[in-house]
Design a protein around this ligand. Structure first.
Ligand SMILES: NC(=O)C1=CN([C@@H]2O[C@H](COP(=O)(O)OP(=O)(O)OC[C@H]3O[C@@H](n4cnc5c(N)ncnc54)[C@H](O)[C@@H]3O)[C@@H](O)[C@H]2O)C=CC1
Ligand SMILES: O=C(O)[C@H]1O[C@H](OP(=O)(O)OP(=O)(O)OC[C@H]2O[C@@H](n3ccc(=O)[nH]c3=O)[C@H](O)[C@@H]2O)[C@H](O)[C@@H](O)[C@@H]1O
Length: 446
């Protein structure tokens, strides 16, 4: 099939590459000329395991191309996917300007039936707004053309995006026309062979399903962080509790890892946007507000432990920091807990020696020549002459470090682990003091 995708970010680029890999002819369009130029040169703008080879393979096979030309894009695909950003507005609600701009781009150019498929995460009622925008543009040109607007939210995770798209748990399609439904079934047929993954529903329910999924996952994490904070104060160990409750299949082991808060481009934004959407219809979403509050506080927990350990005196101290990305296998730093930790250290007069396997360039882009930030080439370099070590992201290469080397390098042999990566004895028997999340404030000191 001929498919057009607006937006070549995480969702647009991964969707485009995977749909092309399944045999479709895909044109990806973006307004960012620089990004498109680099994609055409074969450069992949994001770090996403497995993405580069399928992009290159499908470009070479002639099934995937990149353009800034909206005329070409709208003419190409009977299916027009919208995968542009929906960042938070000033009050936290979703900013729809990019989605509606694409709707106008399509409406002002289409010459034939088009299915406009919203893959961006958008509030309930957005499909109606998209339809109005398209219709207004058609009216301006005096055209009478059929079109359908479909909601097809995306559930991929960064760092595992290709696999998630290729083998989705479910494909949600909010559709209210048989013609569009058949076209969507055909587009996703290659991803639906093993078992039925398509779940059809009305458009508004599909729009809300996306927010409900992210809000549910964020709730699980905030719940566990709350239990961790309680455990710590009550002298219990949240890692035992996590395994203890995860063994109940009604709860499950997934998404109950306590930590230094959830980050990324979606959970923080989507929980906020859903709560704001509720407020706009005079419904106070108390649970969602609490999920957000708990997370905002959790991002400060690591710094609070650090500050407490150094008795409120971080002036002139150098802190080694491992892990800048908001989670492993990505270079994305949006809302990353590491940012809260670093910014608090700087405010307190301390220095940071930071290392991340993939997010160094991104850190440089965000913070430039920020005073108090030293980017290091390896995790070992970050330890040199540091006073303490803080871990914000659970990259694989941090899971089994040389504890002797850590102890030897740090002038205060202390580790603050925001992801509960270790058994305390691994550190304490090497003379390291160990602070983790929810495992007893004074439990693991030598
Ligand atoms: N990042 C993720 O893992 C996931 C994101 N989502 C949702 O998908 C949507 C897109 O997210 P990302 O891919 O992360 O965004 P992104 O910010 O990485 O990429 C968006 C792209 O859209 C382009 N764009 C903006 N206006 C445009 C226009 N008028 N025409 C063509 N291109 C345009 C931008 O230049 C940018 O390259 C958001 O609503 C997000 O909530 C959903 C599931 C997963
Ligand atoms: O809408 C989206 O954009 C996506 O948001 C999340 O994906 P993502 O943000 O890429 O990453 P996750 O793996 O969900 O992690 C989010 C944050 O939660 C944290 N987390 C995750 C799991 C856990 O048990 N504990 C925990 O603190 C991670 O460290 C990370 O900071 C969802 O998992 C995807 O299904 C969804 O499509």
């Amino acid at each position: 099939m001929r498919i057009t995708i607006f937006g070549t970010g995480y969702v647009g680029l991964v969707s485009g590459a995977c749909l092309a890999d399944a045999g479709h002819h895909v044109v990806c369009v973006d307004v960012d000329e620089n990004k498109v130029a680099r994609l055409r040169e074969g450069h992949i703008p994001i770090y996403e395991p497995g993405l580069e080879p399928i992009v290159h393979h499908n470009v070479e096979a002639g099934r995937l191309s990149f353009t800034t030309d909206a005329d070409e894009a709208v003419a190409h695909g009977e299916l027009q996917f919208i995968a542009v950003g929906t960042p938070p507005d000033e009050d936290g609600s979703a900013d729809l300007q990019y989605v509606l701009a694409v709707a106008r781009t399509i409406g002002s150019r289409m010459e034939d039936y088009r299915v406009i498929i919203d893959k961006s995460t958008v509030p309930v009622g957005t499909a109606d707004k998209v339809a109005v925008a398209v219709q207004e543009e058609l009216d301006k040109r005096g055209k009478k053309l059929d079109f359908d607007v479909v909601s097809n939210p995306e559930f991929l995770k960064e760092g595992a995006a290709v696999n998630d798209f290729m083998k989705p748990d479910r494909i949600i399609v909010g559709v209210e026309s048989d013609r569009a439904k058949e076209l969507l079934r055909e587009a996703y047929y290659p991803f639906n062979r093993n078992h039925e993954r398509m779940i059809y529903m009305d458009v508004r329910s599909a729009e809300l399903t996306k927010y409900a999924a992210n809000a549910m996952l964020a709730t699980k994490i905030s719940f566990m962080n709350e239990i961790a904070n309680l455990a710590e104060r009550l002298g219990a160990d949240v890692e035992h509790i996590r395994r203890g409750i995860g063994s109940d299949p009604r709860i499950g082991y997934h998404f109950i890892y306590p930590g230094c808060g959830y980050g990324g481009s979606c959970f923080p934004k989507d929980v906020k946007a859903l709560a704001r959407a509720a407020r706009a219809i005079d419904y106070e979403a108390r649970l969602l507000d609490a999920v957000e509050d708990v997370n905002d506080a959790q991002k400060h927990v690591l710094f609070d432990k650090l500050n407490h350990h150094f008795k409120g005196d971080l002036k002139g101290k150098t802190i080694a920091l491992w892990g800048l990305a908001f989670k492993p296998n990505t270079d994305d730093m949006r809302e990353a807990p590491s940012r809260t930790v670093m910014e608090s250290i700087w405010k307190a007069g301390g220095q940071v020696q930071a290392f991340d396997p993939e997010a160094m360039e991104e850190t440089q882009r965000i913070y430039g020549d920020q005073a108090g930030l030293h980017l290091c080439g390896t995790k070992e370099q970050a330890l040199k002459n540091a006073d303490a070590l803080v871990i914000c992201t659970e990259w694989k290469e941090f899971r089994s470090p040389d504890f002797e080397l850590i102890a030897k390098n740090l002038s205060h042999p202390v580790v603050f682990d925001g992801r509960n990566l270790y058994e305390p004895e691994m550190l304490t028997r090497r003379g390291l003091t160990y602070y983790a999340i929810g495992r007893g404030l004074n439990q693991f000191q030598k």
